[in-house]
Design a protein around this ligand. Structure first.
Ligand code: DIG
Ligand code: MN
Ligand code: MN
Length: 386
């Protein structure tokens, strides 16, 4: 009942189930897998698609022959398993050249190299079928604001995205860009820290219609924000082009935990929202297994992400079909006949009538909303007793 199918559009990046368990205080604990081995692993656990950074697939120093072999083997694995490549992105954060950022580096040579690397990575992503291109500015930030003006950095980032939008248009690529925010890590502070900051930025671009956001659950939660509200604002603005699902303990470094493994209630309301509004993009799990896990544990991780999503999807259906919950919501959202004429688009008549209307403020303040009952019912849905 909770087994994934291609219709669920579950995807994983090569770097997720390929994570070797290195952390700032420890060496790798798992063997590295080839891209083809990762594709076969994802097919075995029931994923629909696989995403990649350029250098997850082709190492930055690979020769032309190695590059050709790697891509051939990757394609063969895709063909053999039926997995697709919905999203691609550029690694602009691992190589030391990017230690002061990529598009916002103070070194103009680095900014130019980052554009070159990204154009080549876009070509590769499109060649393998990607329709969404993610930009996560992992090094676009500072440890000290003595280094550069934040507004100068915004200008540099805008120039880069405008240039690359024009490149994709020039190449006639069927591609949309999804900007992924994060408040900090690996830099002390990252520019464009939240979904809201990215939405504000997109409006300043030359081609805003081809640029949206890729919200990540752990990143908004690191900033102490309600991830659902960020996703809903992106969706409402027509800018939810992709989504990175995982989990996070608030106030910690980016843990990229298995989806639903910590904030189950947040995960429930997020899944409910995505399903209620009919989001039809990838459900991408940008997460990785605990460092304690072996190869079998990595599959447990991947299966757990998808299974929890499907369980919560079914619970959202139960919430939407629950007579008591729906009766409470209908009552809460009912509009009293006495106030209905006052609501709606502006007109001079409506404004005059509204200004003259009488409101019993004490009565408005005295009423109860019944949210304790409503939330208890939601919790009981999540707990599986309704
Ligand atoms: C980190 O959350 C970033 C990188 O994993 C990748 O560039 C992007 C795409 O999911 N998320
Ligand atoms: Mn993350
Ligand atoms: Mn991410």
């Amino acid at each position: 009942m909770y087994d994934p199918s291609p219709a669920d559009k579950f995807t994983f990046g090569l770097w997720t189930v390929g994570n070797v368990g290195r952390d700032p205080f420890g060496e790798p604990v798992r063997a590295a897998l080839s891209p083809a081995e990762i594709v076969r692993l994802l097919a075995e656990v029931g994923a629909w698609g696989v995403n990649f950074h350029d250098n997850d697939l082709v190492p930055i120093d690979a020769s032309a022959d190695e590059r050709e072999r790697i891509i051939r083997d990757f394609r063969a694995a895709l063909d053999a398993t039926g997995l697709v490549v919905p999203m691609a992105t550029t690694n602009l954060f691992t190589d030391p050249a990017f230690k002061d950022g990529a598009f916002t580096s103070n070194d103009a040579r680095v900014r130019a190299y980052a554009l070159q690397k990204t154009m080549r990575a876009i070509d590769l992503g499109v060649e393998l079928g990607a329709k969404t291109y993610v930009f996560w500015g992992g090094r676009e930030g500072v440890e000290t604001d003595a280094a550069k003006s934040p507004s100068e950095s915004i200008k540099r980032f805008r120039e880069a995205i405008n240039f690359l939008c024009d490149y994709a248009r020039d190449q006639r690529y069927d591609l949309r860009f999804a900007l992924e925010p994060k408040p900090n890590e690996p830099r002390g502070d990252l520019y464009f820290a939240t979904v809201g900051a990215m939405l504000g930025f997109i409006g300043t671009l030359e081609h805003p219609e081809m640029v949206g956001v890729n919200p990540e659950m752990a990143h908004e939660q690191m900033a102490g924000l309600n991830f659902l509200h960020a996703v809903a604002q992106a969706w409402e603005a027509g800018k939810l082009f992709h989504i990175d699902l995982n989990d996070q303990v608030i106030g910690r470094f980016d843990q990229d935990l298995r989806f639903g493994s910590h904030n189950i209630k947040s995960a429930f309301f997020l899944v409910k929202y995505l399903e209620d509004v009919g989001y039809d993009g990838s459900r991408h799990f940008d997460a990785h297994a605990y460092r304690t896990e072996d190869a079998a544990g990595v599959k447990d991780f991947a299966r757990g992400c998808m299974r929890t999503y499907l369980i919560l999807k079914e619970k959202a259906q139960r919430f939407n079909a629950d007579p008591e919950i729906q009766a409470l919501l209908a009552e809460l959202n009912a509009v009293d006949d006495s106030v209905a004429p006052h609501l709606g688009p502006y007109s001079a008549e409506r404004a005059a009538a509204l200004k003259a209307a009488h409101f019993d403020r004490q009565a408005l303040g005295a009423r109860g909303y019944g949210y304790e009952r409503l939330d208890q019912l939601a919790v009981e849905i999540v707990l599986g007793v309704r």
